[in-house]
Design a binder for this molecule. Structure first.
Ligand SMILES: Cc1cc2nc3c(=O)[nH]c(=O)nc-3n(C[C@H](O)[C@H](O)[C@H](O)COP(=O)(O)OP(=O)(O)OC[C@H]3O[C@@H](n4cnc5c(N)ncnc54)[C@H](O)[C@@H]3O)c2cc1C
Length: 171
């Protein structure tokens, strides 16, 4: 059976994996594999709401494993490390372990490969930007913005935004 491997379960990759699984996977025409380093998908245009403290990611995210079970594709959590186009395989490192440490790099074969890993913030060489700017590239970036703003508000003793007061954090 053909293997279609999609790396990146963002707006593009998750939709593609779901549709291909419905059309080809369920009929046994192809095995659909989705690889993402995160366990969940949150639609990026919601990140500013996370940053503003108006949205809890855990309420609105889609767990990849659940989506995979519902629609019939295979989900592999890991970080894409390399693509071997000659042998048609990708190398995927497990999350939370370093290259060459205890984690085993997994090799996944493909007939068709889709790279849908999105983009990241560019700093265009602006001095200090990389070190000091906060970005909105991922849920953890958005949570960092939120926590920094709320910590600053707490320290200044100004009232928190009224719609969502985040649960008290120990920090
Ligand atoms: C705050 C914000 C607001 C936005 N608002 C809008 C809007 O209103 N309208 C609009 O059209 N667009 C908007 N966008 C842009 C839109 O979100 C992006 O164009 C879209 O998410 C791109 O989809 P994608 O699937 O290409 O990548 P992404 O959604 O970025 O997904 C990439 C996926 O790849 C995974 N990944 C990355 N690298 C690896 C790796 N090495 N190994 C494994 N997995 C990996 C990531 O975990 C992620 O799940 C907004 C973006 C942001 C940040």
């Amino acid at each position: 059976m053909r293997a279609i491997v999609i790396v990146g379960g963002g707006a593009a990759g998750l939709q593609l994996a779901t549709r291909l699984a419905r059309r080809l996977g369920k009929r046994g025409h192809a095995e659909i594999v989705l690889v993402d380093r995160s366990p969940t998908h949150l639609w990026k245009p919601l990140l500013h709401e996370v940053a503003a403290g108006r949205l809890e990611p855990v309420v609105h995210h889609t767990p990849f494993a659940l989506q995979a079970a519902r629609h019939g594709f295979r989900y592999v959590q890991g970080n894409l490390r390399a693509v071997d186009r000659i042998n048609r395989t990708i190398s995927v490192a497990p999350i939370g372990t370093g290259h060459g440490e205890d984690g085993q790099i997994q090799s996944i074969g493909y007939d068709k490969l889709v790279l849908a890993v999105g983009g990241v913030t560019q700093y265009f060489g602006v001095p200090g930007a990389r070190e000091h700017a906060l970005t909105l590239d991922s849920v953890s970036c958005a949570e960092q913005v939120r926590d920094r703003v709320f910590t600053a508000l707490r320290r200044s003793r100004r009232p928190m935004p009224s719609r969502t007061r985040p649960r008290e954090r120990s920090a």
